[in-house]
Design a protein around this ligand. Structure first.
Ligand SMILES: [Zn+2]
Length: 396
């Protein structure tokens, strides 16, 4: 019986993957968007009869925060995205999921989820951060370090929502920083997962084991699309984080971190993986597959390592100043998308993070072979930020 369920989850995940282009929201053309745009896309789906919308509070700057619910089942599942305002990948995926429910209402995945589960979804918990594309909220506070102090209205709303519905499971959706790799493999992490601990000792109890089983199913679903690009997120206990606290309070919580994929600056492929992975995992929960799962695949995932840069210049000559000799070096550069409050446009900046031997590192967006070329020492300043289109002028 169990093998049948496993193969059903696998087959349906593949079907969702193949169907994706037919239901994804085409209007989303960039991963930089504001709450007003998100609300317009949801409104255009015309699915308010299927997916209930409730205002559950206001952000620090007074933007409404909404909870969307779907399904008539008895198992409550809380899903939130973009508590960090510049981490929008999963928000796009959640909107695609709304679109899937709306366009494929008769599909067996939709039917099982609708019958067995009650989804409670907060896409974009931090609309102020999304407005300015910053990690923190408008009070400059990282909401995911506010689970105990509850200084932020967004943190309070999240806590109240958990207490109101007492969900059996929660999905905490993020984007991780650029440049993470799967262990020492030189392969980019596309998705990193964790069942966060609830104490320093990383003790397992029933709640956390249930979360690990869900993470195990999610990782196995991902494995058929991106083998060897899945990692385990750092599972050090963080007493101020929501996932760790929800785990402590009895809601089996998994953290999903969207990583990177080569030549995917808007992270649309990662968005697709999130959409398919979350839908198929919810289906697996609905049919009881996660209960019978073990945790072995999740337990054996390699940890995330930070062995990538957005851009790497290789084999360049550098004489850092007139008192030192010329040496051959690599240069690791990361890109930063910053919102310019004056011009109200996003600027792509670059930052030199490291100079030296980067043979064990991979580049995510750009690789420059600078053999025989010399770097301009005036331009090579660690941590200095400059427009990304000036990278070619780093040479003499
Ligand atoms: Zn985050």
């Amino acid at each position: 019986m169990r093998e049948n369920f496993k193969s059903i989850v696998r087959i349906l995940a593949k079907e969702l993957y193949d169907l994706y282009d037919s239901f994804k929201i085409d209007a989303i053309s960039s991963n930089h968007f504001k709450q007003s745009e998100m609300l317009e896309w949801i409104g255009n789906l015309g699915c308010s009869n299927l997916i209930e919308c409730e205002k559950i509070g206001n952000s620090a700057e007074g933007r409404a925060i909404y909870l969307y619910s779907f399904g008539n089942g008895t198992t409550n599942i809380l899903i939130w995205s973009q508590m960090h305002g510049d981490e929008s990948t999963a928000t796009m995926a959640l909107l695609d999921i709304f679109s899937f429910f709306s366009k494929n209402h008769g599909h067996t995945v939709t039917k099982n989820i609708e019958k067995k589960l009650r989804l409670l979804i907060i896409p974009m918990l931090n609309p102020d951060g999304a407005e300015y594309f910053t990690r923190h909220n408008a009070q400059l506070i990282d909401i995911n370090r506010d689970a105990l102090a509850l200084i932020t209205p967004e943190g309070k709303i999240l806590k109240e929502t958990r207490e109101r519905f007492r969900p059996a499971y929660a999905f905490n959706l993020h984007d991780q920083a650029t440049g993470y790799t799967v262990g020492l493999t030189k392969r980019l992490t596309a998705i990193a997962l964790a069942a966060p601990p609830f104490d320093e000792e990383k003790t397992d109890n029933i709640t956390r084991i249930k979360a690990k089983k869900v993470a195990n199913v999610f990782a196995q679903i991902m494995h058929q699309f991106i083998p060897d690009h899945i990692a385990k997120w750092d599972d050090t206990f963080e007493p101020r984080a929501f996932g760790d606290n929800f785990q402590k309070q009895g809601t089996s919580t998994i953290l999903i971190e969207s990583g990177r994929w080569q030549n995917d600056p808007n992270k649309f492929f990662i968005r697709k993986l999130n959409c398919v992975g979350i839908l198929a995992t919810l289906f697996a929960i609905a049919i009881g597959e996660t209960t019978s799962s073990d945790t072995q695949f999740y337990d054996c995932l390699p940890y995330n390592k930070n062995l990538g840069y957005d851009c790497i210049i290789r084999n360049a000559n550098l004489r850092a100043n007139s008192r030192v000799p010329v040496v051959k070096v690599d240069v690791g550069i990361n890109f930063e998308r910053k919102f310019n409050k004056d011009t109200r446009v996003f600027e792509l900046n670059a930052k030199i993070v490291e100079v030296g031997n980067l043979e064990n590192f991979i580049s995510v967006e750009r690789e420059i072979d600078a053999t025989g070329k010399s770097l301009d020492p005036q331009r090579i300043v660690i941590d200095q930020i400059f427009p990304a289109n000036e990278i070619d002028s780093l040479f003499k």
